[in-house]
Design a protein around this ligand. Sequence first.
Ligand SMILES: Nc1ncnc2c1ncn2[C@@H]1O[C@H](COP(=O)(O)OP(=O)(O)OP(=O)(O)O)[C@@H](O)[C@H]1O
Length: 367
Amino acid sequence: MTPEAAGSADDRLLRALAHVQDPEIRRPLTELGMISRAEIDGGVARVQVKLTVAHCPAADRIRDDVRAAASAAEGVDEVELDVTVMEPAERKALVERLKSSRPMQFGPDTLTRIIAVTSGKGGVGKSTVTANLAATLARRGQRVGLIDADVHGYSIPAILGLEARPTRVGELMMPPQIHGISVVSIGMFVEGNQSVSWRGPMLHRTLEQFLRDVWWGDLDTLVIDMPPGTGDVAISLGQLLPHADVVVVTTPQKSAADVAERSALVARQTGQRVIGVVENMTGLRQPDGSAIEVFGSGGGDEVAQRLGVPVLARIPLAVEVRSGGDSGNPVALHDSPASQPFTDMADALSDSRKSMRGKSLPFSTDR
Ligand SMILES: Nc1ncnc2c1ncn2[C@@H]1O[C@H](COP(=O)(O)OP(=O)(O)OP(=O)(O)O)[C@@H](O)[C@H]1O
């Protein structure tokens, strides 16, 4: 007899249900108090599920997963499922439990790798690079979170084809998921296509909330799309996440190198570790194999050299990269020549992680 099959029928049913996770909270329903009844009576499994909130976007998935798990339990021929919603006091108790189980989600000893993607100026493809990096890591089976902190140019939801907003469970926010990535964007908190004109303290509080009140679950990597430049958000995130790794995106244009270097220096001043440069919009490949250097050449090397870090990847201009972002299906979701540079970037980041472990770095401000 397998351990699963041991014990009373009700115990067996409960153990089978313990494999079902809440897709947003990413913990077993049994642990979250979401299974309020589980019994087997003459081959009929009667299960009561309590959703955390009414209109829970994950309700259908939870219902299907519970039904499948209960059906698979030994001695079950039929499943009767009753789906209700937690009482406010039950929800409050759950939120308290969740909060106390992770007092500092991304504190200095977090196991989550934090990668902040920054650039000197706008329009160099920082959001495109960030979204495609997140998609590449998610395709590799990583649990990936993405914060779109680009206040004035929030474009991550559009690039990923995401319209949903976070679900509130008491004081916690459950981030919507798309392509296997949990996403929170400043754009999800403003109506329509309005611009955000918040001042520093308001931005700081919002970022703090993203890190504290959003339930990210256990992430392997948290990727952050920073606003271009050296403004309030860069400083706030430097203070909130001094242990983040920073990647600088630039075009090959030499004139872009100065501003790109400045954004990296701000990151360093807050103690963040600049780990490399990504050169985007490198050459436009022609059918004969040659490339037109639309934005010149050498910008990535120039920034990398000044900062003393490697060029992690060079991403050519490609119609597929642009159209993937326009259609909400980033190119990195599929294997193709245009998605290969993002694979290279993810490999280089993983190598940089390995080579950094246990090493002290040549910059006094780096950790
Ligand atoms: N490698 C590429 N090939 C083709 N088009 C690209 C490439 N990278 C980015 N783009 C396109 O360039 C435009 C700007 O990209 P994106 O919005 O990612 O830039 P950004 O640096 O995040 O800008 P901002 O900081 O102003 O929000 C988009 O239309 C995007 O599709």
